[in-house]
Design a protein around this ligand. Structure first.
Ligand SMILES: [Fe+2]
Length: 182
């Protein structure tokens, strides 16, 4: 964080300047390389919260032209991805995890009601898993949350939202197994 402030502080100004996508990606990469595992993701989560509050960054990368899923950056070495999402209208997703990887959900606009679930029965290729509801909480603008491997969750929204998300690997290339609520 100290590095980030030093890197982006405007000469003579008392407010740090926003960072660009390249700087953000490079900082995520440095953290995830130096600190693999949940501790590094927590540091990236804090960094995501910084960019979520950066109006210029959000306007540039999560604008009206962005579809439901846009990969802004995919790391050629570590495999993590930075994504922008613009979702229209209300929707409730099914409980899921991200298979062998993790994700960080960051709220750039609107509100997501996130639900968390406990595993009751594992999923297999033949049969959906079973999950029990644990808790729900809102993700409001500027908030980011980490879901590590196996953390079951389901986002719900009452209206349009914009998100910046990080995936440990590109989920387009990962097969997911379904879960049912008990
Ligand atoms: Fe998810």
């Amino acid at each position: 964080m100290v590095d980030l402030l030093r890197m982006t502080k405007q000469d003579g100004g008392d407010k740090p300047m926003g960072q660009n996508l390249e700087q953000f990606a490079a900082e995520c990469r440095r953290i995830l390389k130096d600190t693999p595992g949940p501790d590094g993701r927590e540091k990236v989560r804090a960094l995501v919260e910084e960019v979520l509050k950066d109006d210029a960054f959000v306007a540039k990368h999560v604008g009206d032209d962005v579809p439901e899923r846009k990969i802004l950056y995919e790391d050629p070495d570590l495999g993590f991805c930075i994504l922008a999402h613009v979702y229209h209208g209300a929707k409730e997703s099914a409980p899921h995890d991200h298979g062998p990887t993790w994700a960080i959900y960051g709220q750039a606009a609107g509100e997501t009601l996130m639900n968390e679930w406990a595993l009751v029965e594992p999923a297999s290729e033949q049969k959906p898993g079973k999950v029990r509801h644990v808790r729900a909480y809102p993700l409001k603008r500027g908030m980011a949350h980490v879901y590590n491997e196996g953390d079951l969750h389901s986002p719900k929204r009452e209206g349009s939202t914009r998100l910046i998300r990080i995936e440990g690997r590109n989920m387009d290339k990962v097969k997911r197994l379904p879960y049912e609520k008990v």
